[in-house]
Ligand binder design. Structure first.
Ligand code: SAM
Length: 345
């Protein structure tokens, strides 16, 4: 595997332009795969610069497509670049690139949502979690329809130190629809504050880098695009299991315009809802009239710690889902009504 020796000269030799590659291999963008290509090398270089120093680094690129960003990563000096691409049509163009950078590009034809990145790089590059991040970077101009489920999956991986994070605090530089990028980086009290803001920020240092106008892509998407950089925190701001935090955050934000108490109540079965919600808020020292967008990460930490304690004291609480109770109650009411009707006949 590469990246052991230093690569003296890492600039790529002259190659057909990305536009020529697209024509050569007849790579019409597939809407189904959210394909919007970046052909401007100044922009792809700018994205790559956000990742930091890539000289001799290990990199995984998500969805390389015709290879614009891939070229910038190689020009920045990456020694071992693993590209994961779902669409077979791009593989010949990527092979051409790999031949131009011998021993530096590995091509995986696969789906990033299921690819086992923990097996994609040698174990010796791993760093301890508390140490500096490893020299491994994930970079991608992500397909829009994959970006949100993918970042949630990777946030869970960060929490569990699995997937790309078996190597330590692997950094990510990714593109999102501008609206999603704004949610990821939104601070307390802002209009864009949402589930994604809390889930990303309790686990990572999240930095909004810059916005790329939609017109820079071919074909032009409906929206602008935001570049976001993530560095997993050595100490997550909330020290509870990911699923528990996710449950609280989801419940709070389901009534985003109401007082936070409204959503938090739904964590508890109807029979003890008011009593336990009150205990949760009191023991967490959270004002029940705060709106979800006004809750800080410290509020969420206190809520998660108290809720975890309540779950330890109340058997079955962790698995409680108010939607299931609603469905059961509706079914029971229907059965009672038909029994009542039967008694008249
Ligand atoms: N990186 C290229 C660029 O910047 O021009 C292409 C970006 S395009 C927005 C997204 C790319 O991701 C496409 O090449 C598409 O085929 C690929 N893709 C879509 N879904 C994928 C998945 N689940 N796993 C891996 N690649 C995927």
């Amino acid at each position: 595997m590469a990246a052991t020796g230093k690569c003296a000269s890492f600039r790529l030799p002259p190659l057909p332009t990305i536009g020529e590659i697209i024509k050569l291999y007849n790579l019409r963008a597939e809407k189904q795969l959210s394909q919007n290509f970046l052909l401007d090398m100044k922009l792809t270089d700018k994205i790559v610069r956000q990742a930091g120093n890539l000289r001799n680094a290990y990199v995984c690129e998500v969805g390389p497509g015709p290879g614009g960003l891939t070229r910038s990563i190689l020009n920045a000096g990456a020694a071992d670049l693993l590209v994961v691409e779902k669409d077979t049509r791009f593989i010949p163009g990527l092979k051409l690139l790999s031949e131009a950078a011998p021993g530096r590009v590995r091509i995986v034809h696969g789906d990033i949502l299921t690819y086992r990145m923990d097996r994609g790089f040698p174990p010796h590059i791993a760093k301890r979690w508390e140490d500096e991040p490893p020299d491994l970077h994930i970079i991608g101009n992500l397909p829009f329809n994959v970006s949100t489920p993918l970042i949630i999956k990777w946030l869970e991986d960060i929490s569990n130190r699995t997937g790309p994070f078996v190597f330590g605090r692997t950094r990510l530089t990714l593109t999102f629809q501008k609206e999603v990028a704004e949610r990821l980086t939104a601070s307390t009290g802002s209009r864009q504050r949402s589930r994604l803001s809390i889930m990303a920020q309790y686990l990572c240092n999240v930095k909004s880098c810059f916005t790329i106008p939609g017109r820079a892509f071919v074909p032009k998407p409906e929206v602008d695009v935001g570049v976001v950089h993530f560095t997993p925190l050595a100490q997550p701001q909330i020290q509870q299991p990911f699923k528990l935090v996710e449950k609280i955050v989801k419940n709070v934000f389901q009534f985003r315009r109401k007082h936070c108490r409204r959503g938090l109540e739904m964590l508890f079965p109807e029979s003890r809802r008011l009593e336990l919600a009150e205990q949760l808020l009191r023991e967490s020292d959270v004002d029940p009239t705060l709106r979800p967008v006004d809750l800080t990460l410290s509020h969420f930490r206190a809520l998660a710690d108290t809720y975890s304690r309540l779950c330890a004291q109340n058997q079955g609480l962790i698995d409680y889902d108010f939607r299931e109770e609603l469905t059961e109650n509706r079914a029971k009411r229907r059965a009672d009504r038909s029994k009542e009707l039967d008694s008249y006949t």
